[in-house]
Write a protein that binds this ligand. Sequence first.
Ligand SMILES: Cc1cc2nc3c(=O)[nH]c(=O)nc-3n(C[C@H](O)[C@H](O)[C@H](O)COP(=O)(O)OP(=O)(O)OC[C@H]3O[C@@H](n4cnc5c(N)ncnc54)[C@H](O)[C@@H]3O)c2cc1C
Length: 473
Amino acid sequence: MIDKRHIDALSGILGNKGVVTRPEDLEAYETGARYDRGRTSLVLRPATTEEVSAAVAYCVTNGIALIPQSGNTGLVSGSTPDQSGDEAVLSLDRLTKRFELDLDNRSVRLDAGFRLSDLNRRLEEHGLFFPIDLGADPRIGGMIATNTGGSRFLKYGDVRRNTLGLKVVLADEDGTVLDLQCDLRKNNTGVDWKQIFVGTSGAFGIVTECVLNLERLPQQTATALLVPASGAHVLPLLRAMEERLGAYLSAFEGMSKNAVKAAFAHVPSLKNPFQGGNVPDYVILAEISRTWAPRDGEQSLDAVLESALAEIWEMEEAPLADAFVGPPHEIWALRHALSEGVKHLGKLIAFDVSFRRGDIMAFCDHMKAEMPAKFPDVTVCDFGHIGDGGVHFNLVVPKDSDLLNDETFESRLREWVFAVAVEEYHGSFSAEHAIGRRNQAYYDIYTPDKLKDMAAGLKTLTSPGKLGSVRFG
Ligand SMILES: Cc1cc2nc3c(=O)[nH]c(=O)nc-3n(C[C@H](O)[C@H](O)[C@H](O)COP(=O)(O)OP(=O)(O)OC[C@H]3O[C@@H](n4cnc5c(N)ncnc54)[C@H](O)[C@@H]3O)c2cc1C
């Protein structure tokens, strides 16, 4: 529990709006998007960088642990307090005042508490957007702290690639404000310090403001569901598409038969284009886009896609068995229904792993071949971002399976999957969700001691106070 005298002092610093203590108001800050439920007796809600600095200085001086929280959509138990009740949540949800758009520079300088949807709503009238798109609605500071990747990573990259500058409050006794706000795309003047705060889950400082790169909103989009000739043809198909469509290619998402069938079962209104309704072993969602409105005499984007597919069809050892060009909203509806569909099959155990692109299908095939002997009853329902090497390797266990009565089952399963992914395929055990309490143990196992020592040094240098749920050193 946090002492009442500290709560009173922090109310003096932040005002009544900036301090939450009523149990019924705390609950939303204690509960994560999917898994976790912690306990706290105090949520701080500063409204400016200066208030963040003053509150952090007080907490560090008085030994109060802080967990930064933004949209609270993270999936690795990073944004919620632990069970002790001793950690205070530092919510950045009131940091939403500053918004300075620079159309010439195609960038925006803004407070880190903006929701992604609010940012994009304001940008839409200028034909711009922040190009990281996902099925949740996080806040920008949380996206920076997790280095979020979206479905169009293949074209636009991740948050790291689109962050030009940051303002950060360090967890030291002064609540030092570090101004790394730079609007420049080219700047080689020494250490690029902002990068240590991107994707490091708030361990080294609290992001309060930032400068982001913006992109032109696509004006034309064409999509298709592609059936590769076999699993081994998925990468040749991607390479053939990249060769013919270049920068037009904006998504290349893979979906296994089990995941697609689960989506169709869960959302009966989805259109099933496959002959006789028979879902193929693997399906690709491909999207191409361009940023100008259709022009007279210009080939339509659907026609561009169709002619590229026709060329691929004619290749020797064609990697394509079938293709369905259709309206983007219908085709993306299937992709967006996968997560919920899979969840309804039973208990979901999800892995966010990544590989060199050429190893994705080999990894999935390897696991599908070994799964029945190792863990009977477990069904693999994988899907992912083939274009950037990321896989949502989802495993589903029927709710009545005996495996769920075995207390060691989940940890044995996780250890095996990560060992194969990291040690045999040299992949990553956290592709896009960063590190939190949920996967801390795997950071501890797979990170070399020298790197942990370096991270510990960085932590002492930047934020020696108790900040965040992760230990990198
Ligand atoms: C339905 C769904 C779909 C998703 N799809 C994707 C996807 O496609 N790609 C993907 O990458 N992720 C995805 N996610 C995960 C999640 O949305 C991202 O990790 C997200 O960007 C986190 O942002 P947030 O604002 O919710 O951060 P939070 O969950 O609040 O915090 C995440 C981490 O950042 C720290 N933090 C938060 N704010 C700050 C700050 N201002 N300064 C320093 N540290 C801070 C927290 O302590 C925590 O460790 C999905 C989640 C859901 C629920």
